[in-house]
Design a protein around this ligand. Structure first.
Ligand SMILES: [Zn+2]
Ligand SMILES: [Zn+2]
Length: 80
């Protein structure tokens, strides 16, 4: 069976630092929503990176509609 429906995922904003990653993972859904607008990590001040939620590969743009690594479609929650 061939499934041609694009899988939908979203762009996630994370910090390079694993310790920050744990803190970010513990945030409430509301806080994580707000986190997507941040440019720098509130825990270590490093610039946040964007990754594909599906394959965890780094992305270099917030306006991507599809993941260049795994092909999932991103929902448009980042562009307003
Ligand atoms: Zn950090
Ligand atoms: Zn991906």
């Amino acid at each position: 069976m061939t499934d041609t429906t694009p899988k939908i995922s979203s762009i996630e904003k994370v910090c390079h630092d694993n310790e920050c990653g744990e803190k970010i993972a513990a945030l409430s859904p509301e806080q994580r929503e707000l986190f997507k607008r941040f440019t720098f990590c509130p825990y270590c001040a490093a610039e946040l990176i964007l990754i594909c939620e599906n394959c965890r590969e780094q992305l270099n743009g917030t306006d991507f509609r599809y993941c260049p690594w795994c092909g999932v479609k991103f929902d448009s929650s980042l562009d307003e």
